[in-house]
Design a protein around this ligand. Structure first.
Ligand code: CTP
Length: 393
């Protein structure tokens, strides 16, 4: 994509370098237009080196190229980060008195604005009215983050982090085909305690579940994540569980009203019958201790069985197997039928390489087809969501 990044004059201008870098690394052609005041905070040489494009915000150079129109017309996306209160006011008024503002006026591309200013300035009725004007005109204005501001003070007004800005900007191009759909995703792996310090667990990293959360959210879904022992989860908005019993209780509380349930969590089929409240000692256990296991309920099959009586929920299970090809598909189809679900996402985990990795190869096995997909976990998550969207039509 051809992306214009406007930078206006606030202390967060130095962080805009991170936005430019991420976009360039993702393969986009980025042209940076700093305002005159932005150049007091960050140098044109830095912006040229990072964007790999010339930076010349002067309206009156290369006039024959009519660059104030050309830049706006040729852009696929415009991001302004940071956006000061003054920039927001000038844009709301329709001013075109520098290269950035005239490029925005000359463009039909989507515009994303990441404000950064002190809380008082953000909350000022003038700014609030100007932001409302921009939003009413279809400009996407992010909410500022809450945190440390320029001085010792903190509050609402921080520029959102570069990753969040880039993600929000690129999401403007993602189809919003899951709006008003409630998606419940389980991720990670359950742990069954043996004693107060040990447990039976598994290798699931939860990365696939997190990728599904990200993909579903970017496509407009109302998503809830149930995280079983994730090392790196979301910063907010997830329900944490550890054992299968806790996961079951959370699912039972959440599943009503859910349109799609994706069970990406690896759930222990067994638990220790009577875990010890204290740490077990080797001296007491001897050299061949035996753990008595009892079977856990199959949570997906329980929900699948209830659905048979008519609940319109799309159910997706996962199956990590040490099988390949037709055997993998046959095993997935058996689970599909036994658990009464719509899709089993199966993968061959022979050798364990897929755990914790960003790459995966999956088979989407439904009643009448099996599709293969290989790519990053985020791409795989989007392929699963494509399947769900088609199935729900
Ligand atoms: N699952 C579940 N409850 C369990 C075990 C599994 O809900 N007690 C779900 C998993 O979250 C996954 C799907 O069922 O979505 C398949 O899990 P898997 O462990 O592959 O299936 P099992 O039926 O336990 O078969 P296996 O004998 O291969 O372990």
């Amino acid at each position: 994509m051809r992306i214009l990044v406007g930078i206006t004059g606030g202390i967060a201008a130095y962080k805009a370098v991170g936005v430019v870098r991420q976009l360039v690394e993702a393969g986009h052609d980025v042209k940076v237009i700093p305002t005159a005041n932005a150049l007091r905070f960050v140098g044109a040489a830095t912006l040229e080196a990072i964007s790999k494009n010339a930076v010349d915000p002067d309206l009156y150079t290369d006039v024959a190229d009519v660059k104030h129109v050309e830049l706006g017309q040729s852009a696929d996306l415009i991001i302004v980060a940071p956006a000061t209160a003054s920039f927001i006011a000038r844009t709301a008024a329709g001013l075109g008195d520098d290269l950035l503002s005239s490029s925005i006026l000359a463009s039909k591309a989507p515009v994303l604005v990441a404000p950064a200013m002190h809380t008082e300035m953000w909350e000022n009725p003038s700014t609030a009215a100007n932001v409302a004007t921009l939003r009413a005109r279809g400009i996407n204005v992010l909410e500022p983050a809450v945190g440390r501001l320029t001085g010792e003070d903190s509050g609402k007004g921080r520029m959102p982090e570069p990753e969040a800005i880039v993600e929000a900007a690129l999401n403007l191009f993602v189809p919003q085909d899951l709006t008003h759909i409630r998606v419940l995703i389980t991720a990670g792996g359950t742990r069954e305690p043996i004693d107060s310090v040990r447990f039976i667990g598994n290798n699931s990293s939860g990365l696939m579940g997190l990728a599904l959360y990200k993909a579903a959210k970017s496509r407009g879904a109302d998503v809830q994540l149930v995280a079983a022992n994730l090392q790196r989860g979301l910063t907010e908005g997830q329900v944490d569980v550890s054992t299968t019993e806790e996961l079951r209780e959370t699912l039972n509380n959440q599943v009503a009203g859910t349109d799609v349930l994706i069970m990406a969590a690896a759930i222990s089929d067994y638990r220790v019958e009577t875990p010890s409240a204290a740490k077990l000692k080797k001296a007491d256990l001897g050299s061949t201790p035996v753990l008595n296991l009892v079977e856990n309920p199959d949570l997906l099959a329980e929900i699948g069985a209830k659905r048979a009586s008519g609940r319109p929920i799309t159910l997706i299970g996962f199956a990590a197997e040490t099988l390949a090809g037709d055997d993998l598909v046959a095993s997935a189809r058996k689970k599909l039928e036994a658990k009464k679900v719509d899709l089993i996402v199966a993968n061959d985990v022979t050798g364990g390489a897929v755990f914790g990795s960003d790459a995966t190869a999956i088979k989407l096995v439904s009643a009448n087809e099996d599709l293969s997909f290989a790519g990053s976990k985020l791409e795989a998550a989007n392929a699963i969501i494509d399947w769900i969207v088609t199935a729900r039509k």
